[in-house]
Design a protein around this ligand. Structure first.
Ligand code: NAP
Length: 284
């Protein structure tokens, strides 16, 4: 028996395997393309011949393949009795719930998780993990999680909730990535350096953190009167942005979408409210 198994040795699974081997655990690994097992085996991990054999080899198995369909196929036929599976594939809350039911049916234990880190941060204090599922199963997974990063948070016994948070976070990051690329494109059309734009925005880190806390509280309490910037003002700003993005010669879909959303919220009579009141237009 080993201490822990890792199934799926892409960028993330390899980083997880490396952190666990480096922490001194006996680790069993398995990957569909066997060549990816070699670097971890050279560090001291043991390669299993099948995914089922990897699950049999350890009380705890970390699953890190691309999606739930792949995970479902991999655990098919595996002996799950008393095995704890920790699943990190991307997907939906419904997929997590159905995976939990499948594992429980086989007598196994299950927690579902989201990773708040890039692979290079695994094993460092910057990594964070959000888990959901049975509290005892989370407690059993914790010693492994502690070797992977700075912070692990259990968000409750509904096993779908970690993936709900993961998708909510992804929605935020999608706006962040597209917004930065749109801004970089405008900067370049004016002969400016996008690296300087990155530095300028990074220096606003504390303001952005504060804004996240403010928006979360405002939406949770459905109270949008505390407005440093109003829907009306931002709608006007975004219409100028959309025009600039167009004249800059690039794609202005994102700027148009943002301008339309704020304009619609203003037209709902919410012009003097705080910017997160656009949730009312998003909800329809
Ligand atoms: P990746 O580098 O693309 O690796 C994908 C892994 O899934 C590989 O091991 C691949 O095996 C395996 N796989 C895919 N389809 C399979 C199948 N049908 N049967 C068996 N194995 C299969 O992806 P990654 O970055 O490691 O991400 C893995 C998961 O972690 C994803 O769900 C991702 O969303 C999540 N995640 C990643 C990050 C990140 O920063 N990278 C952050 C948070 C969460 P082969 O090597 O044989 O192709």
């Amino acid at each position: 028996m080993s201490d822990v198994s890792v199934i799926g040795l892409g960028d993330m699974g390899t980083a997880i395997g490396r952190a666990l081997v480096s922490a001194g655990l006996a680790v069993t690994v398995w990957n569909r393309s066997a060549a990816k097992e070699a670097p971890l085996v050279s560090m001291g991990a043991t390669a299993a011949t099948t995914a089922g054999a990897a699950i049999a080899a350890s009380p705890v198995t970390v699953l890190c393949v691309s999606d739930y369909a792949a995970t479902t196929a991999l655990i098919e036929g595996a002996a799950l009795q008393d095995r704890l599976l920790m699943q990190f594939a991307s997907g939906t809350p419904a997929q997590a719930r159905s995976m939990e039911a499948r594992v429980r049916q086989g007598g196994g234990r299950y927690v579902d998780g989201a990773i708040g880190a890039w692979p290079r941060q695994i094993g460092s204090p910057d990594a964070s993990f959000t888990l959901s599922g049975n509290a005892d199963d989370f407690a059993a997974a914790r010693p492994v999680l502690e070797l992977l990063g700075g912070q692990s948070t259990h968000v409750g016994s509904d096993v779908g909730h970690a993936k709900a948070y993961a998708n909510a976070g992804l929605a935020y990051f999608a706006g962040h990535w597209i917004g930065f690329a749109q801004g970089a494109s405008i900067s370049q059309s004016e002969g400016l350096d996008p690296a300087v734009l990155g530095e300028m925005l990074a220096s606003m880190g504390p303001i952005l953190s504060n804004d996240l806390l403010l928006m979360g509280r405002a939406i949770a309490s459905d109270a949008f009167d505390e407005a440093d910037s109003t829907i009306k003002t931002i709608a006007g700003d975004l219409n100028w942005l959309a025009e600039l993005a167009e004249t800059a010669g690039g794609n202005n879909e994102f700027a148009r979408l943002a301008a339309a959303l704020f304009t619609r919220t203003r037209d709902m009579g919410l012009g003097d409210k705080q910017h997160s009141a656009i949730i009312k237009a998003l909800r329809g």
